[in-house]
Ligand binder design. Structure first.
Ligand code: DAH
Length: 339
């Protein structure tokens, strides 16, 4: 029995040495040390041994089991190391190879203008409000004091979905929605898409963007409007920018004014950007009409407010000297990357 055990050990060591894969080692382990393996088979004959021989053979069998186990572990480690080495070699990277260029996007000039506008007005204590792009005639016209026969209501100017529902033509309806829900003091700006039934050309797009501003509180005057817009113009166009008011008419403000700013390019001397006038038309504004306040449940005897609205596409075109509004919506990276 002793010699059979020794022969088994020898045979196992040889097989382990020759094994070239983890699977072959596992097969060897089952073959020699498994429940039905060779070692067990030999030990089944223990009963035929003399009593004093049994512990010796038992000890020997344990040693052999341990030795074979150790050999298996060692061989496994060698194979694993070899495989790792192979993998590392096949996966080495050549750090001298030229890298692949990753194209980083760029904020669209309109997004940049909107972010700038938000920053400026938020820094003055305004909050950003939102309203729907698909609006009702009530919010877009009626509540804003637009007369029944106002030309902007016409089908040729406005996209109607049905008699009462339209695509908003301005961001002004957000004023009404905010005033209906909020008690003064109110200080909001609202930025977003507007739609008009215009044929696209260099200065018109049926989809464009506006920012609307609204302040309502006790004792708000035209002076507050002028101060606020002056700060805005200096931040947006440059610290030397001056503004001037021209009388105008909007249904939802009384009095109303259009606001011009000195040309950021020439500072007021006159150049190609301002077409020689030294001024750029920037926005519409005025004191909120008492009828609009009343329509929203705010008492015009107690409160007053100012409002203003600007075309963001126009602002961006002025600031970045873009001469065709359609370029803003073509999504050509060669154009967008310039700003
Ligand atoms: N909604 C006007 C437009 O689309 C712009 C405007 C003018 C907004 C005066 C105002 C305002 O809030 O007070 O032409």
């Amino acid at each position: 029995m002793e010699s059979r055990l020794k022969a088994l050990e020898k045979e196992a060591r040889l097989e382990i040495k020759e094994a070239s894969s983890i699977e072959a080692l596992e097969k060897a382990r089952v073959h020699y040390l498994g429940k039905k393996g060779e070692l067990t088979k030999i030990l089944r004959g223990m009963g035929a041994l003399k009593a004093e021989e049994r512990p010796l053979i038992g000890k020997m069998a344990n040693t052999i089991r341990e030795n074979i186990g150790d050999e298996l572990d060692k061989a496994k480690k060698v194979i694993n190391d070899k495989e790792l080495e192979k993998k590392l070699q096949s996966e080495t990277i050549d750090v001298t190879m030229p890298g692949k260029e990753i194209k980083i996007g760029k904020r669209h000039p309109l997004t940049q203008a909107m972010d700038d506008l938000k920053d400026i007005f938020i820094s003055m204590g305004f909050e950003v409000a939102e309203g729907p792009e698909v609006e009702t005639v009530y919010y877009n016209f009626d509540a804003l004091n637009a007369p029944e026969d106002h030309p902007s209501r016409d089908m040729s100017d406005t996209f109607y979905i049905n008699e009462n529902i339209i695509l908003r033509t301005q961001t002004s309806p957000v004023q009404v929605r905010v005033m209906e829900k909020t008690k003064p003091p109110i200080r909001i700006v609202s930025l977003g898409r507007c739609f008009r039934n215009d044929t696209p050309d260099a200065t018109h797009s049926p989809m464009f963007h506006q920012i609307e501003g609204l302040v309502v509180d006790k004792g708000i005057t035209m002076g507050d409007l002028k101060g606020t817009l002056g700060v805005f113009a200096k931040h947006f166009f440059g610290p030397d920018t001056q503004i001037k008011f021209r009388p105008h008419n909007f249904p939802f403000t009384e009095p109303s004014a259009e606001v011009d700013a000195t040309c950021f390019k020439c500072g007021g001397k006159g150049c190609s950007v301002c077409k020689g006038s030294g001024w750029m038309e920037v926005l519409g504004s005025g004191m909120v009409h008492p009828n609009v306040l009343k329509n929203c449940g705010i008492d015009p005897e107690i409160y007053s407010g100012f409002a203003f609205g600007m075309g963001i596409d126009r602002l961006a075109m002025q600031k970045y000297e873009i001469d065709d509004i359609r370029l803003l919506f073509e999504n050509d990276m060669r154009f967008i990357e310039q700003f």
